[in-house]
Ligand binder design. Sequence first.
Ligand SMILES: C[S@@+](CC[C@H](N)C(=O)[O-])C[C@H]1O[C@@H](n2cnc3c(N)ncnc32)[C@H](O)[C@@H]1O
Length: 253
Amino acid sequence: MPWNPECYHKFQRERFEPFEDLLGLVKARENLRVIDLGCGTGELTCRLANHLPASDVTGIDLSPEMLEKAAKQTRPELRFELKSIQEADGEWDLVFSCAALHWVDDHPSLVPKLFSMVSPGGQIAVQLPSNDKHAAHLLLAKLAGEEPYSSALGGWVRVSPVLSIAAYAELLYAHGGKEITVFERVYPHVLEDTDAMADWMSGAAMVPYFDRLPEELHDSFMKSYREQLRLRWPLGPVFYPFRRTLFAATRSP
Ligand SMILES: C[S@@+](CC[C@H](N)C(=O)[O-])C[C@H]1O[C@@H](n2cnc3c(N)ncnc32)[C@H](O)[C@@H]1O
């Protein structure tokens, strides 16, 4: 199952808040060359471009489904390209990424590589979920380890590449980062019931499982996951404390 823009956008309100926090870390200047890594449907890339007058903004993503939506927002100073974060290159005044880097492995190599793309006087600003220890994720991994899913997945279970906040600060400092800001914030969401939580997960964390599972197992995987969540939280509403890491740093002029 590829990324599904409709499913992802169901929880748009909850996803705007961390974006606004990330935007708060960005040093707004005019005429910036900006790259948004994992831009998704481009809605937030568009907001970013609106926030930075006279800037030239490029969003990259590897999902054709997400980019099809993003393409509708194209204008002379805002464009979208089919490209992976691993392939990103060039020099940018702002390297920006909202809720995407947790899909890329090996952050001890990735973060320095992305920071090396920041121009002198430029900035990197990133937000990424650090919620992998929440029961909703643990139950998903547990289910993936059960049959028939474990055999169908060849034993694969997703391991989050997200580092501690101190590790991001260390990496940025070690590679010349200045004005380093790193923090984790819990976003306190209240969901109607566990089905809403399953819907949330199906729009993001479950995507790589659906990608790997044969089509005929998708329904039963989703059904079993809903049951597991219901057992854990039998009554609605469900409080969903969602941890996210935000970091930013500048490069000396
Ligand atoms: C959770 S969405 C975030 C989209 C957007 N930044 C937002 O905040 O609304 C994650 C996006 O990262 C993209 N993505 C995942 N892995 C990627 C990779 N290796 N290279 C480029 N994009 C990737 C997915 O296609 C998806 O559109």
